[in-house]
Write a new protein. Structure first.
Ligand SMILES: Cc1cc2nc3c(=O)[nH]c(=O)nc-3n(C[C@H](O)[C@H](O)[C@H](O)COP(=O)(O)OP(=O)(O)OC[C@H]3O[C@@H](n4cnc5c(N)ncnc54)[C@H](O)[C@@H]3O)c2cc1C
Length: 385
């Protein structure tokens, strides 16, 4: 079988779509395969911090994404009664990259990225099930029985990545200990102006305004994995669970319909030792899925692509470019996965004495110390690491 494309990308999420755009910009030949039959854009919202906006700037996409995103001036951590525990100085953070922080609906970002891709370079309803690597290329096998031969394979098929699990059978998703509901609702009756996350004894509740007068909210509750009780949970159950939480949480839940509720157990993968395997590269969640506690999963996927574009344009072979990518990305993404896991463990405490002590300490911490993790993340230039 002849090689049919120089690059093949598996997975059309943020990582895969943006990689396709970067390869297009470099004039490289690629095909993108996605398992879904249609890409209408699913999910709720996510934050695009200043580092993600910088990555988008490098890819020439920042200005247009700003138009579909909601500028976030503040993002506070609150206690159950709505009192501020930490108020990160987002302006100082933005200054480091000279970029603002945004929140965006996942579907809006996906559809925007999709629109940039040449239609004949994307094949839908193509679930990759395995690959075989020979001296003359890599053959991909799809669930529908078809095959595709490529010179280089970029695996961007998300946290559960079946292709990563073929490459690294031990790298299976690990459960965080908490489960999460999300939805996007209308903001007309609530008029939410700022983003916040509330740490209470029945779990966490986050909310952020979005463009077109919408709110993105999420709620995390401690649980065993794939808990059958929570699988049945409706908005009314969540409203009862969070009934003691401050305004506007009960109101947000009252305004949410069951049909708009998304539910997932929160998982990540233990940091990998490698992302590059000769002609194969792992990127995005397939490479370094993290818990959402630092709001950095998609941001890191965007950083990946900015770095990948740079190394591909600097190196004479793709294999050495992949190694350079790995060198630049491994430590940074490991730091995020580990720090985010730790933040999640502390944020999900249920013991009232532990919560009292944690909250007292958080309130007294100087702002600089409280946002140390974010500062560390944003103070380094990910393009120069
Ligand atoms: C509750 C929650 C909140 C979050 N909040 C934030 C936030 O505030 N900020 C932030 O930056 N990130 C956040 N994230 C993380 C972010 O959503 C992910 O990191 C990001 O979407 C990963 O993008 P990806 O393209 O790597 O993977 P995915 O978005 O998972 O895309 C993978 C794609 O591959 C396809 N696919 C899978 N298997 C196959 C196959 N075998 N063959 C073909 N196609 C396949 C899938 O259908 C999918 O389209 C959050 C995540 C969660 C769960």
């Amino acid at each position: 079988m002849q090689v049919q494309s120089e690059f093949t990308i598996i997975g059309a999420g943020v990582a895969g779509l943006t990689t396709a755009i970067a390869l297009q910009q470099l004039g490289r030949n690629y095909l993108l395969f996605e398992q879904s039959k249609v890409l209408t854009g699913i999910g709720a919202g996510f934050g695009l911090a200043a580092n993600a906006m910088q990555a988008l700037e490098i890819l020439g996409l920042r200005k247009e994404v700003e138009l579909i995103g909601q500028h976030l001036q503040h993002y506070n951590i609150l206690d159950q009664k709505g009192r501020i525990l930490v108020a990160p100085d987002t302006k100082a953070l933005s200054k480091k990259y000279n970029q603002q922080n945004f929140a965006i609906h996942r579907a809006d970002l996906h559809l925007y990225l999709l629109d940039k891709i040449q239609a004949d370079h994307l094949q839908l309803n193509k679930k990759a099930v395995r690959f075989e690597k020979n001296n003359d290329g890599i053959t991909l096998f799809f669930e529908d029985g078809s095959q595709h031969k490529t010179r280089y394979l970029i695996i961007a098929d998300g946290v559960k990545s079946p292709l990563r699990q073929q490459l690294l059978p031990a790298a299976v998703p690990r459960y965080s200990g908490y489960t999460c509901w999300r939805a996007t609702i209308d903001n007309s009756n609530i008029s939410l102006k700022t983003g916040s996350e509330t740490w209470g004894k029945q779990g966490r509740f986050g909310m952020t305004p979005l463009v077109r007068n919408r709110i993105y909210w999420y709620a995390c509750i401690n649980s065993t994995a794939n808990n059958s009780k929570y699988r049945q949970y409706s908005v009314a159950d969540l409203a009862t669970h969070f009934a003691d939480y401050h305004h506007p949480i009960p109101e947000i839940l009252r305004q949410t319909q069951d049909k708009d509720l998304l539910w997932n157990d929160i998982i990540d993968i233990k940091p990998l030792k490698h992302f590059a395997y000769d002609a194969i590269l792992l990127i995005g969640d397939a490479a370094h899925a993290t818990t959402p506690n630092m709001g950095q999963g998609a941001c890191q996927a965007l950083e990946d692509v900015a770095v990948l574009k740079k190394v591909l344009s600097q190196h004479s072979t793709v294999e050495t470019a992949f190694i350079a990518f790995e060198k630049q990305r491994l430590q940074r993404t490991k730091y995020i996965t580990e720090t985010s896991k730790l933040i999640g463990e502390v944020a999900q405490w249920e013991n009232p004495i532990g919560i009292f002590l944690r909250n007292s300490i958080m309130k007294k911490l100087p702002a600089q110390l409280a946002q140390r993790n974010l500062n560390k993340l944003l103070s380094v230039d990910f393009m120069q690491l």
